[in-house]
Design a protein. Structure first.
Length: 147
């Protein structure tokens, strides 16, 4: 895939993340089917975070959830990308099976959790797709870590 097409794909994923993923994630949550998903935990910034790894190869694609969801809200959607990406989902602090610390819920801390998660997984570059609060976090992340 050429660079311009990859940029268009990233733009499309960000638009989809803002407008379409809330509905898709809602449907996926109702049809919980983890398939070959593997749950894991990683401690970043002293907080234990839950993640789901659907596998795949290529550049990483990280799904970020809406408020109150877990990474499993993408169980029906995420496997559709494993032929082109290594697909992961992150459950933010305070949600689902992730730890619920007393602080660290500001946009900067949540974006830093994403960066620390990617570092812990030894991922240098990733496409982010999120909805609701996840969309806000990916926007904050992009502002802090643009390349």
């Amino acid at each position: 895939m050429s660079v311009p097409v990859l940029n268009i794909a990233r733009w499309f994923l960000s638009v989809v993340g803002v407008f379409a993923l809330p509905l898709v994630a809602h449907i996926a949550a109702q049809n919980h089917n983890a398939g070959s998903a593997r749950d894991g935990f990683v401690t970043v910034n002293t907080v234990r975070l839950h993640y789901v790894d659907w596998g795949g190869t290529g550049q990483a694609l990280l799904f970020l959830t809406g408020l109150g969801d877990s990474a499993h809200s993408f169980d029906s959607l995420a496997p559709r990308f494993t032929d082109r990406f290594r697909v992961l989902g992150l459950t933010r602090r305070g949600q689902g099976q992730s730890a619920k610390p007393a602080s660290g819920y500001d946009p900067r801390s949540l974006a830093e959790d994403i960066r620390a998660f990617l570092d812990a997984m030894q991922i240098q570059r990733a496409a982010l797709a999120g909805f609701s609060a996840g969309g806000s976090e990916e926007t904050q992340f992009a502002g802090m870590y643009r390349q």
